[in-house]
Structure formats: structure tokens, C-alpha cells
Design a protein around this ligand. Structure first.
Ligand code: BMA
Length: 813
């Protein structure tokens, strides 16, 4: 008589070995889940790949064949089936049990299950998984299907493996191998739940779940499937010999799931149980679901083609960030780390994460946290910045991977769209690929055929968009800002950030500007002495083409010249924040014509100079503070309009925003030269533009005056000239540092104007954080910075250079 099913994890006793490697690797203890780099690091066999230029000496790891082994005892209950279940293998693997091949894999983005019966011993068993070098595999694929062009000189498009593992313009080339997801033995009889696919929608107050269940059978007997949610039970039959059933569950009076800022995120536990006709349980599946609808409004209008995310029939302004894997070694990314990153996102008023196509289909932890927090997620299918072959084995792998992932993520209300790829349709249009492809496939069939058909078949509750960017029609340029989604990279690559104002895109899915990471992050990662913008470690941790020149070009257009590294570090971080704020406030001032902006990028995967707001050690850059302001529910901003600077108030809440706005033209000394007051009444989810009277808007001395607007808690500033043109007085201020419990309060009272104060307490204690940044004060005004997490010998250092900086303490040349 068969027993109930059981799952035993096989995470213990693993070792890793290789032949002909620069260091001997024989029987080294291995972590599972894990990867070879972190195993070698833990064994002290390699230096930390993230420090200095160690990466350069570790390329051999990705070019080596790795053998993972473990042993286990099997006292075997007499079940019908015993399977090896691998949730993820990285990537090209041969699996052997007791010397017998039980399977092969070549796709990191799939899970696998192998029937072990033909090879399993009662008693001791040897399990071996050999991972081929990813490069050997891609070389073979290049011979088989032909190489394809891409943005980087690495073969990430010839293997179904996380693309950025091969290096990116923010990431190191550290090509991993290993058992990257849980692995275990599943013994079962009669039948098991092979797939549960809940399609969750809501109609009025009635929640609806169309529950598709598929079983795998070891015997033909009749089965039942029971679904339970919110006190409601629905039972369905899987008649003898059949393997699928569909249950329709109606849940009355449900509370809807909303994106954050629009309402709450009620989640309902849904349990699905498979049993025999006699009621013996064979398996169960549990998730929390949320009731909501989602669609994209892309109906052409007088201006082009909008791209508006509509949740529960309400258009939602997307305040987004792009998400990359939070660590090159993804198995180190814990739920706690994701939770911290998501808290940082939420605290910056972000409501949307775009999971970029060069990374991974994100984890259960990721989606569960997003469900709880009301963070909307757009998930790219995993194709990025390259032409991809559609020949076998890729067509079959892509189909299998897409089917698996669409089903896996179907229960999550946070997932609002699937997107076909990152920049590949654009690449084909603009980056000279057709000449190099000479008629070979490049992925179009995936983005326009295979993937949309899989989403439509398996999850018709979610919209699909062929690419990021994509304009909605083949006869339009895929990156047309008037149509669909757009990526803005001319700024950063070629032109100044004020050019963000040249157009009003309907929806910006990427735009960004670089800056170095926090000082403490650099100090941890680099031994450069002294640190300089071009010292060896800094150069190694800058992966973008001409990155330093582009940073410098950005500075030259706006800010005084840095005299030393500390100036450069402060100014480049400030410039990054300014660039992105300028863009975001421009876009938001044009809502609802523009319905979303997704900043490139929230996070980093190692310590690096990049576009990120939160650096590779999890420290917030000044950009993070800028995002919090520019994404705030109430945004007050001064925008250049044809008739001069105008006040714009953007209200991204459900209540009318009423406030008395005051706009004052000041001299740099703080004196008020002209002033106007306006009663603001901004309707929910809208923007109001208020032209300013000429006597306020027109300055007498463009380098000696500024506009400041206030409305309630909100402030906006407008300078008529660039900082490098303005003759700021040398910074003068009084600072008081008071210790209160575990925090320090640093109160700065301005003697002169102080432009964009930034306090960087990590320079004194790597654990320290500050609550605000980018504060501009007029003479006589004060601001209090709260520093937490610091243990300081000399608290007065919090109020002096290089910890406390402003633009007008840069030595003038
Ligand atoms: C876009 C992204 C990424 C890249 C970023 C910065 O191309 O999709 O591939 O890292 O710009 O260059």
C-alpha cells in the first residue's frame, strides 16, 4: 500500500570539484542552493570578486566544468514514484545517480523533475551534477545556429541564463554555475499536483477565481480537487484517467487589492488540495491571492498612443524604478534583503518595479513582498540588448520557460504586465543588426508570436506588451516618445539633462544618470590610495562606455569644477539627483499626457559607479532623497513654460489638494524682491499649472536671484542660472550637534545661502544614515538632519567638511 507523498531536501553534504584549475578544487564543501563563486570564496580559495580588480583574475571560473556531488541514504517507502526535483540549475548540467545519467538541463530559468526509479539504490546513493562551462555551451550554439549581434561582446544571447551574469554596463563578468534553487526528493503515489493556475479577477464586489489544476498520475483512479478561500469551499473531480480540471470559485464581498497610494492590499489565503476519491490527501498548494483587474489603456488619442496602467478601472500614474538582481550571486539575496530594498523603494514614494529582462524571473519572496506592499511589478521576459536565435534548442526552451513562469507568477496581484524583452526591437531598428544578421532570426517571433500567445493562453488576466520600448505598431519607430513606452538614453550618452524637457513622452520605461556609490561603499570595496575619480579601483568599478567622461560632461554644464575627490564625489552625486529630479518633475507636470516614469535603476548588484539610487552595499545615494521628493504624492515644482517659469502642483492622491501657495523672488542674500500668492485647489490625480506674474517671474539679475515657492509642507526652487555661473558667497553657517538617544540631531543655521546641503555620515561610520539630503537654505533659515546608526568619537565632525557639504563650499577657481 502506498504512503502519503513526502519531500526531502537534499541540501547537505555537497562538495564541488574541478580539474586543471589555477587553484586546486577537490571536494570543497558547497552550499546548496548556491554557486561556485561563493563556494570558492567561503573556502578561502579566491579573493572576494567584488573588491578592487579581483574580478579580472577570476574569469577561469566561468570557463571551467564543475562537478557537484552529494550522497544520501534511501530507505525507500514503497511509493509509486521517486523524483529528483530541481527548482533551478545554473545552467548546462548532466545529472547522474549512482553513475546512471538521469537527465540533462540547459536553462537556468526552468525547474526540472527527474524520475529516479531506474537508478535509485535502497541504501546509499551518489548524486553527481556536472555543470559545463557556459562558454563551451555558447561556443557550440554559435556553431549550430550562428552568433547574433548584441550590445556587449559576450554570448549571453546563446544560452538561457541570466544575461547580466556575463557582465553589463553596471555589473561584473562573473559567470556562475551551481544548484541555484532548492533541490530535493519527492516520493509520491497515485497522483500529484503538477500545476495550479489561479486566474484571479473581480467583478463588482465578487471575486472570481478560475482555477486550472493539472495532475500527474501514477495510477488511473478518480481524484478530487478542493479549493478553499475565505470560508468558501469548491470541490471538483478529476475523473479516472484524466489529468486536468477547472474549478470556478466565487468569493462575495471581497475587498479589492490596490497599488500603494490607491488603497489597501488585502490578500486572501487560497488552498488547493488534491485527494483520492476516498479522501486521502495527495498534495496541497497554498498562496495568497488579491482581487483586482488590470489592463493597459493604449487606445490612440489626438497626441499618439498612451500607455496607461489601469488597475480596478482606475488609471494609475506609474512612479517606477527599474530593478536588477540585487547581487550578481543571486543566491545571497535573502527575503530580508529584498524587504529592506522594498522599504527603501516605498519610502521614496515608488509604486512600481520593472524587473528588467537581463536578470531573472523574480522570486516568490520578491512577489510576495510586492503583493503585501502594493508595489506593482512589470516583469520582462528574459531577453535583453541582443538579437536572440529562434532556432532549436532555443524555441523549445523559451516556450517551456515562459509557460512555467507565467503559471508560477499567476497568483500574484502585484504582477501587472508581462513585457517581451528589453531593447531588442529597438536594437533591431537602430543598432545595425539587420546587416549583421543577414536574414537570420533575431527574436521577433518570440516577442510578437510565441510569448503573447502563451500569456493569452495561460494568463489572459494580464496584459502583454512586446518590448520595452515599444510604440504599439510595427509601422512606428519602437522608441517613439509619442507612442507607448520609451527609453530616453540620449541624455547621459550624448546630451545635457535639460534636454529631458524636449518632449513629453507618454510613458518612460528607462532613463537614468550615473553617480558613484556612497563613500563608505567605495572604501570597503577599494584599496586605492588616494581615491581619485580615475584611480585604478574606481576605473575598474565603472563599467559604462566613457562613463567618467559623461559624468564630467554633466558636471561641466552645471556645477563648479571639483578641486579634489571629495568635491567630485559630492558634485557627481548631486548632479545625478538633479538630472533625475528635473526629468521626473517635467514628466509629472504633464500628467495625464505622461502616465509614468521608470527610473533606471533602483539598485546595484555590487559596489559600482552606476545609475542606481541605492548602491551595491544598500546605501542610499542623494538620488534616493531626490526620488522621494519628486515622486511625492503632492509635488510642487517650478517648470519653464513658453512665457517663463510657472508653478505646477501635482496631486497624486484621492483628495483635493488645497493650499495657499506663495512664490517669492529672492536675492541670494535672502531678501524678497517680489512675491505672489495663489490659492491652490488641485483635483485628485491631476496637475495644475499656474503662470506667474511678470514681476515675480522675470529676474533682474539672473545669476543673483532665485524663485522659491511654498505650499503647506512642499517647496520648489528655481534658479535662473547654472551653479557654475552663480557667484555664491563662501558657505557660512552655525551647526549644533545634539545627541538624543541613539541619534544625532545636526541643526544647521545658514549665515549665507547654502545650496544643496548633503550630510554623508557614512564617512564617519559605515553604519550611519541620515534622514534628508539636498536641502537649500536662505540666510537665517535652519534645517535639522537626523543621523541614526552612528557610533561617533567626534560628533562635531558631522557638521564639517567633508561630511557636510554644499555647492558654495566648492573652492572657486
Ligand atoms: C539600458 C538598460 C540596460 C543598461 C542601461 C544603462 O540599455 O536596458 O541594459 O544597463 O540602459 O546603459
Amino acid at each position: 500500500m502506498a504512503t502519503a507523498s513526502s519531500m526531502v531536501r537534499l541540501h547537505r553534504g555537497w562538495t564541488v570539484s574541478a580539474r586543471d584549475t589555477p587553484v586546486e578544487v577537490t571536494g570543497v564543501p558547497a552550499s546548496v542552493p548556491g554557486c561556485v563563486h561563493t563556494d570558492l570564496l567561503a573556502a578561502g580559495l579566491i579573493e572576494d570578486p567584488y573588491l578592487d580588480d579581483n574580478e579580472d583574475r577570476l574569469a577561469w571560473i566561468g570557463r571551467t566544468r564543475w562537478e557537484y556531488r552529494t550522497g544520501f541514504e534511501w530507505a525507500g517507502p514503497g511509493d509509486d514514484r521517486i523524483d529528483l526535483v530541481c527548482a533551478g540549475l545554473d545552467t548546462v548540467a548532466v545529472l547522474e545517480l549512482n553513475g546512471v545519467e538521469i537527465g540533462r538541463t540547459a536553462n537556468m530559468h526552468r525547474g526540472y523533475r527527474f524520475d529516479l526509479r531506474s537508478a535509485l539504490n535502497h541504501g546509499h546513493n551518489d548524486l553527481k551534477i556536472t555543470f559545463d562551462s557556459a562558454y563551451d555551451y555558447t561556443a557550440a550554439m554559435a556553431r549550430q545556429v550562428g552568433a547574433r549581434p548584441g550590445a556587449y561582446d559576450e554570448p549571453y544571447n546563446l544560452i538561457r541564463k541570466m544575461a547580466c551574469n556575463f557582465g553589463w554596463d553596471w555589473g561584473p563578468t562573473l559567470v556562475t554555475a551551481g544548484i541555484w534553487q532548492p533541490i530535493g526528493l519527492h516520493s509520491w503515489s497515485t497522483a500529484r499536483l503538477a500545476q495550479v493556475r489561479p486566474l484571479v479577477t473581480v467583478d463588482g464586489a465578487t471575486g472570481r477565481i478560475e482555477l486550472h489544476v493539472e495532475v500527474e498520475r501514477a495510477s488511473a483512479e478518480a481524484l478530487t480537487v478542493t479549493a478553499e478561500i475565505d470560508g468558501i469551499t469548491v470541490i471538483g473531480a478529476v475523473p479516472a484517467g484524466q489529468i486536468t480540471t477547472v474549478l470556478h470559485v466565487e468569493v462575495p464581498d471581497v475587498r479589492r487589492w490596490w497599488p500603494r497610494g490607491y488603497g489597501e492590499q488585502p490578500l486572501y489565503p487560497l488552498r488547493v488540495v488534491l485527494a483520492t476519491g476516498g479522501g486521502r490527501e495527495l498534495g496541497r498548494w497554498e498562496r495568497r491571492v488579491g482581487f483586482r483587474t488590470v489592463r493597459l489603456d493604449t487606445a490612440p488619442d489626438a497626441h499618439g498612443t498612451p500607455y496607461t496602467v489601469v488597475v480596478n478601472d482606475r488609471p494609475v500614474y506609474v512612479k517606477g524604478v527599474n530593478w536588477i538582481p540585487d547581487d550578481t550571486f543571486v543566491t545571497r539575496i535573502t527575503r530580508e534583503r529584498l524587504a529592506e530594498r522594498f522599504q527603501q523603494a516605498c519610502a521614496a514614494n515608488i509604486n512600481y518595479l520593472r524587473v528588467w529582462g537581463g536578470g531573472r524571473y523574480e522570486s516568490e519572496d520578491f512577489y510576495e513582498l510586492a503583493d503585501e506592499l502594493g508595489l506593482m511589478v512589470g516583469q520582462d521576459f528574459l531577453f535583453a540588448c541582443a538579437a536572440y536565435p529562434e532556432e532549436e534548442p532555443f524555441a523549445a526552451e523559451v516556450a517551456a520557460e515562459a509557460r512555467e513562469q507565467v503559471v508560477r507568477l499567476a497568483s500574484h496581484p502585484s504582477l501587472v504586465t508581462w513585457t517581451g524583452n528589453n531593447e531588442n526591437i529597438w536594437g533591431f531598428a537602430d543598432w545595425g543588426w539587420p546587416e549583421r544578421l543577414q536574414g537570420r532570426s533575431w527574436g521577433a517571433g518570440f516577442y510578437h508570436g510565441l510569448l503573447p500567445s502563451i500569456v493569452a493562453e495561460l494568463d489572459p488576466t494580464r496584459p502583454y506588451w512586446p518590448g520595452s520600448p515599444w510604440s504599439g505598431r510595427d509601422d512606428l519607430h519602437p522608441n517613439d516618445p509619442d507612442h507607448g513606452t520609451t527609453h530616453l538614453w540620449e541624455v547621459w550618452n550624448r546630451i545635457d539633462y535639460t534636454h529631458y524637457r524636449d518632449s513629453v513622452p507618454r510613458f518612460v520605461a528607462e532613463f537614468g544618470f550615473q553617480a558613484p556609490p556612497a563613500y563608505a561603499t567605495l572604501r570597503r570595496a577599494l584599496r586605492d590610495e588616494p581615491l581619485a575619480s580615475d584611480s585604478p579601483g574606481m576605473r575598474h568599478h565603472q563599467k559604462a562606455i566613457d562613463g567618467d567622461l559623461k559624468l564630467r560632461r554633466g558636471l561641466d554644464a552645471h556645477l563648479p569644477l571639483p578641486a579634489d575627490f571629495d568635491d567630485w564625489h559630492y558634485l557627481t552625486q548631486l548632479n545625478q539627483a538633479r538630472a533625475i529630479s528635473l526629468a521626473l518633475e517635467h514628466f509629472r507636470s504633464h500628467t495625464p499626457h505622461n502616465m509614468g516614469a521608470i527610473v533606471w535603476q533602483l539598485n546595484d548588484c555590487w559596489p559600482v559607479t552606476s545609475w542606481a539610487a541605492v548602491d551595491g552595499d544598500g546605501r542610499r545615494k542623494p538620488l534616493w532623497h531626490a526620488l522621494r521628493r519628486s515622486f511625492a504624492p503632492h509635488l510642487l515644482t517650478i517648470q519653464p513654460r513658453p512665457d517663463g517659469p510657472a508653478l505646477v502642483a501635482v496631486n497624486d492622491t484621492d483628495q483635493v489638494w488645497t493650499a495657499q501657495a506663495v512664490v517669492t523672488r529672492h536675492g541670494l542674500g535672502g531678501d524678497a524682491l517680489a512675491r505672489t500668492e495663489v490659492a491652490l485647489a488641485v483635483a485628485p490625480r491631476s496637475a495644475v499649472t499656474v503662470p506667474l506674474p511678470a514681476d515675480v517671474a522675470a529676474c533682474g539679475d539672473r545669476t543673483g536671484e532665485l524663485l522659491r515657492a511654498t505650499a503647506g509642507e512642499e517647496t520648489a526652487l528655481w534658479f535662473f542660472a547654472e551653479d557654475h555661473e552663480i557667484d555664491y558667497p563662501p558657505a557660512r553657517y552655525e551647526a549644533k550637534v545634539v545627541r538624543g538617544g541613539t541619534a544625532y540631531e545636526v541643526t544647521v543655521t545658514a549665515g549665507t545661502i547654502l545650496r544643496d546641503l548633503v550630510l554623508s555620515p557614512d564617512r564617519l561610520d559605515p553604519a550611519a544614515q541620515v534622514d534628508q539630503a539636498l536641502v537649500t537654505l536662505l540666510p537665517g533659515e535652519s534645517a535639522t538632519f537626523t543621523v541614526t546608526g552612528a557610533a561617533l568619537g567626534d560628533p562635531a565632525a558631522l557638521a564639517a567638511r567633508p561630511v557636510l557639504r554644499c555647492v558654495n563650499d566648492i573652492a572657486r577657481t
